[in-house]
Design a protein around this ligand. Sequence first.
Ligand code: ATP
Ligand code: MG
Length: 459
Amino acid sequence: MIRRLIDRVLAKTARSPLRKRPKRYRGSEQGMPLPDVSPAAVRTCETLQQGGFQAWIVGGGVRDLLLGLKPKDFDVATDATPEQVRKLFRRSRIIGRRFQIVHVLHGRDTIEVSTYRSMQPAAETDEHGRVLRDNVWGTQAEDAARRDFTINALYYDPVSDTLLDYHDGVKDMQRRTLRMIGDPSSRYREDPVRMLRVARFAAKLGFGVEPKTQQPIRELKDLLHHVPAARLFDEMLKLLLSGKSMACLQELRRQGLHHGLLPMLDVILEQPDDERFVQAALAATDARVLADKSVSPGFLFAALLWQPVRVRWQQATARGEHSIPALASAIDSVLDEQAGRLAIQRRFIGDMREIWMMQPRFDRRTGRSPHALVAHPRFRAAWDFLLLRCDSGEAPAELGRWWNDFSQADAPEREAMLEHATPGGTAAKKRKRRSRRRSPASESGDGSGAESVETGSPG
Ligand code: ATP
Ligand code: MG
C-alpha cells in the first residue's frame, strides 16, 4: 500500500517539468561556432568549473550564436551563490538587491553571472525564522522552467561543447518558432512584459509565434498598464536597439500592444505624414546597431518625439509666440504627456531637450552665433538630428551640408562662409534673423540631403 503510494508520487514528480531530463547535444554538431563564443564567457565558465561549480552560457548568447547572429552579450548561469562567484573573480561585483547577480569583468567585456533561480519567489522558514530552504536559488531545471521562450532556455558549456535543452528549444529553433515555456496565459499574468518580448523576438529573429503563445495576448494586453514605467522603458529601449526597430514596432502594432500604452508609439505608428522622419531615425539607429556603433537613447527618443514637438511649436509660433519660448513650452507639454506612461530616464531627457533646443540655432548663420554653436559639446548630436530633418525634407539639404562644411573649416574659411551665407547689409541681416527666429522649420528642402546620418555618441 505504502509502496504503491510512493510509486504514484514518484511517477507524478517524474512528469513534472522540473524533473524533466534535458536533451543533450554536442554544441558543434548543432552549429555552435566555437570560435565566436566570447573568450570572456569561456574564461568565466572555466574559472567557475575549476572552483567546483556548474557554469553554462544561457539566453541570448546561445540562441544568437546557433542562429548565426552576433550576440549582444553573454550571460552565465551557475549553481554558485553570488558571494561564491565574487570570491572567484578579482574584478567582479554583486549588483541588484532582490535578485542578486554578479558582473564579472574581463578587459572591456562584462559577463553577467546569475545563480540558478527557483520557481518560488520567497524563502521558507521554520517557527524560529531559520531558513529551511532558500527558494530564491534553485536547480538548473527550475532555472530553465522560469525562462520565457524555449529558444532562450538552452544551456551551453563551452569547455565540454555540451548543449542542454530542457524544453525542445533546438527543435523550435529549427522550425523558427517562438514558443513560451509553460502555460502562456499564466506566464503573461506573472510578467506582462513577456508580451513585449514576443513582439521583439518575433521581429528580431523573423520567427513565427506558436499559436498557443500568440492567442492570449489580445485578451491580456491591458495588463501592461500595471507594469512600472521604468521597466517599460528598459524593454522599449531593448526593442528599439534590437537592430530591427521598425520591424519590432510593426509587430507591436500587429499584436495590438502599442495602443494607449505608449502615447509615443501611437504617434509614431499612426501619423503617416511623419513616417519619413521616424523611418529615417530608426533606419539610422539600426545601421549603427548593426555596425556595432554606439547609439544615444536621448537622440533616439528626441527623434521619436520630434513630430508632436514640432507641430505644437509651429502652432504656437503661428499664434504669434516667440520661437524659442514656444519651442521650450512645446517640449514641456510633450514630455509631460509622455512621462505618465514611459519613464524616460532623466539623463536622456536632458539630452533630448538640448538636441531640440539647438535646432532653431541652425537657422542663424550670422555673427558669433555659428561659432558658439559648433563649439557646443552637443553640436555633433544636434547636427546629426538636423541631418535627419534634412533627410525627411523638413529642412533644406543645403543647411545640413553648410554646417558640416562650417564645422570643418578653419577661421578664415568660416568668416568667408558667414559673409557668403548672409548677403545684404547689417539691417537686412537683422531683419532676416528676426524672421527666421519666428518661423521654425518653415523651409522645405528636397530631402535628398544627408550623405550619412549618425545618432551621435552615447548619452
Ligand atoms: P538580447 O539579445 O536582447 O539580450 P536575451 O534573450 O539575452 O536577448 P535578455 O533580456 O538579456 O534577453 O534576458 C536574458 C535571458 O533571461 C533570456 O534569454 C531569458 O532566458 C531570461 N529572461 C529575460 N527576461 C525574462 C522574463 N521577463 N521572463 C522570463 N525569462 C526572462
Ligand atoms: Mg541578453
